[in-house]
Design a protein around this ligand. Structure first.
Ligand SMILES: NC(=O)C[C@H](N)C(=O)O
Length: 343
């Protein structure tokens, strides 16, 4: 018998109609009752919190990280499933992944249709997640959704309501779940985990500011004024802004603020190609380029670096290490596998 612990946190997988909209309300045991448990798997449920995931805070994510740590202290546990709202699922999954030091997996899943929907996706996703948690090893935190297993890193919610909600625009899934078994693709090396932050660690403020035509430094400066210790600038294209924003980034970095550059484009890596306030100048100003991490996960990388660094002075180096393990754009041969282009 394999032992899996399900940590329930809310989301649509735990949601019911409230008369004017959906909200998370069901406990983990009710979520579990929505579907079948794979044969040979025994499940224990931990009810951690019950929220729509757009309401999450770093405080929730630290509680989840410590709950996982405590559950894995029991050597008889084979793996963990976290049921979670899909809106910020990729953020919590990367957060857990960056601190994960155990061979046993943390498998995130959820649903796009509410718990009581007749054609719901909760049961299938949960079944696949339980199978993956019971059998996967050395995969860190992963996302299981609509029959696919994705590494937490680089995966995003790609559709607001479709049941195929997740994907990695720059990579392939790690595996698939079909006919009651998990088939694994290529193995990805795991990065060195960050040290576990205290459960009651004070969450540093990390803001996200998007660039656009007419963009200026006002919102970036407002973030600093609000006490941000980290800011993710979501550039246009390959990670570009303008000279005014680049100058503000330089001043912030000199003042000890961790600045990272992501892009508002859906796929491809941030790449230093352009001056005039582009990624070339932003990198020269001391900002770190986040490769293929989309903005929500780039923010988590900065947050985790601030929480996991031995001291504030070492946070830039910690972020460099976190980003060194970030997947880069697909190679030509991988593109062939995704798009079936070529011969
Ligand atoms: N499908 C979902 O789970 C969306 C929901 N609003 C949530 O993230 O909690």
């Amino acid at each position: 018998m394999r032992h899996v612990v399900v940590i329930s946190t809310g989301g649509t997988i735990a949601s019911r109609w409230q008369g004017d909209g959906y909200a998370a309300e069901a406990a983990g045991q009710e979520v579990l009752a929505a579907g079948a448990v794979p044969e040979g798997v025994d499940v224990r449920v931990v009810d951690l919190f019950t929220v729509n995931s757009s309401q999450l805070t770093t405080g929730h994510q630290l509680r989840l990280l410590h709950a996982v740590h405590e559950v894995l202290a029991d050597p008889s546990v084979d793996g963990i499933v976290v049921t979670h709202g899909t809106d910020t699922l990729e953020e919590s999954a990367l957060f857990l992944d960056l601190f994960h030091s155990d061979r046993r997996p943390v498998v995130f899943t959820g649903a796009q249709k509410p718990l009581d929907a007749e054609d719901g996706d909760a049961a299938g996703n949960l079944y696949d997640a339980l199978l993956t948690a019971a059998t996967g090893r050395d995969i860190g935190a992963v996302i299981v959704f609509a029959g696919q297993v994705f590494a937490a890193r680089g995966t995003v919610k790609k559709h607001t309501v479709d049941v195929r909600a997740f994907g990695d625009p720059d990579g392939l899934p790690l595996g698939r779940v079909e006919f009651g078994r998990v088939t694994w693709g290529r193995h990805r090396a795991r990065p060195v985990p960050l040290p576990l932050p205290a459960r009651d660690a004070v969450a540093p403020r990390v803001d996200v500011v998007m660039h656009h035509s007419d963009g200026d430094a006002v919102l970036f400066e407002a973030a600093l004024g609000a006490g941000a210790r980290g800011v993710v600038v979501v550039g246009t294209g390959a990670g570009n802004t303008n000279p005014e924003v680049a100058a503000a980034v330089g001043r912030a970095v000199r003042d000890g603020v961790l600045v990272a550059i992501s892009t508002r484009v859906a796929a491809g890596a941030v790449t230093p190609l352009y001056t005039g306030g582009g990624a070339v100048d932003l990198a020269a100003a001391g900002a770190q380029l986040t490769g293929t991490l989309r903005p929500g996960q780039a923010r988590i990388a900065v947050l985790a670096a601030l929480l996991g660094a031995p001291s504030a002075e070492e946070a830039p180096e910690t972020l460099r290490q976190v980003l060194a393990a970030t997947p880069q754009a697909l190679t030509r041969s991988d593109l062939y596998l995704v798009d079936r282009v070529g011969k």
